[in-house]
Design a protein around this ligand. Structure first.
Ligand SMILES: Nc1ncnc2c1ncn2[C@@H]1O[C@H](COP(=O)(O)OP(=O)(O)OP(=O)(O)O)[C@@H](O)[C@H]1O
Length: 308
């Protein structure tokens, strides 16, 4: 399959801070490709390089067949960008925001108005066209910014944390629209620190941490490669866990991680281990056997839980 982005050994410093250390990945046409990582992982820096706000300091970056150091205008025209900050014009109405942006991209006022109306309908907010931007909820503002990024019919849309700060319902609405866009053949590139968002939307993803890519693949591939299929979650204060448990777990070849108010236990035969818990003094009602998730992979690789 065609790669629309080829990144090889990207490096970036901000003064003494190394924001990217040898970052390589490829994005295929028509897929949703995700960058999952905590704050400061280097996700936005990578996005900004792709859309031309940050110069490629070291390595090689090819976007739609053009090798670039600073994204040229020809490439920018086929990218739609949804930045982290909404940057909407609060003096204008919803439709006027789209009109002004469309005109900046070279459309006439009537073309921009018509395309703006089409996109408001697509985003499920046609009835808001005359509303002042300030009156919109966070979720509607996000949908307007996505509509704005689509005005010039880009082949790829880059979304930097598209649902951060939205409530679960607004987040699901944005996800639905992103799925519809992908179904239309638009390539999506997104950054997120929400595990569920990455699992729900991304065909393939990379886990970034402190400027490095720690793992890449589909969610299922990452789970199969990095963690065992089943996990035991113990939801109980550490003080209430029987003192001999750690030794018993390690004798059984299990690995346990302390997470908040509890433990995560990874073992080859988790079910068998779980059946022993009662005899070992751990009440079964605080123990849950569940399939491994992307969160477990993230935790194992970064040593820190993400948000779900
Ligand atoms: N303009 C800048 N000047 C100085 N340091 C920067 C700048 N932009 C990013 N950094 C640093 O580079 C590193 C990577 O930041 P980046 O914003 O790419 O991470 P991120 O994964 O997108 O995080 P976030 O989720 O907070 O946006 C961080 O240590 C950050 O503090």
């Amino acid at each position: 399959m065609d790669s629309v982005i080829i990144a090889e050994h990207l490096v970036k410093h901000y003064g003494p801070v190394q924001a990217l250390k040898d970052v390589s990945f490829r994005v295929r046409a028509g897929e949703c490709f995700g960058f999952l990582g905590h704050n400061g992982a280097g996700k936005s820096t990578t996005m900004r390089m792709i859309y031309g706000l940050s110069e490629v300091e070291g390595g090689r970056l090819e976007v739609f067949g053009r090798e670039i150091r600073l994204t040229p205008p020809g490439v920018k025209a086929i990218l739609g960008v949804v930045p982290q900050e909404d940057s909407l014009d609060t003096d204008l109405s919803v439709l006027e925001n789209l009109e002004v942006h469309g005109i900046l991209f070279g459309s006439s006022r009537s073309q921009a108005r018509q395309r703006g109306k089409e996109l408001l309908t697509f985003m499920g907010m046609a009835e808001k066209e005359n509303s002042p931007v300030e009156s919109l909820s966070g979720g509607l503002k996000r949908r307007l910014v996505i509509a704005r990024a689509l005005l010039h019919r880009p082949r790829m849309v880059i979304l930097d944390e598209p649902t951060t700060g939205l409530d679960p319902e607004a987040r699901r609405m944005v996800w639905q629209k992103l799925r519809e866009l992908k179904a239309q053949g638009v390539t999506l590139l997104l950054t997120t620190h929400y595990m569920e968002e990455a699992e729900q939307l991304c065909d393939r993803l990379v886990i970034m941490h402190r400027g490095e890519i720690l793992a890449a693949g589909t969610s299922a591939e990452l789970i199969a490669s990095y963690v065992l299929p089943e996990v035991i979650e113990v939801r109980a204060p550490l003080a209430s866990i029987p003192p001999g448990l750690a030794d018993r777990l390690s004798a059984a070849g299990a690995v346990s991680l302390t997470v908040g108010e509890g433990l995560l236990i990874y073992a080859h035969d988790a079910k068998k281990l779980y059946d022993h818990f009662h005899d070992w003094g751990l009440p079964q009602h605080v123990c849950y056997l569940r399939p491994a998730s992307l969160e477990d992979v993230f935790l194992k690789l970064t040593g820190q839980g993400g948000e779900s």
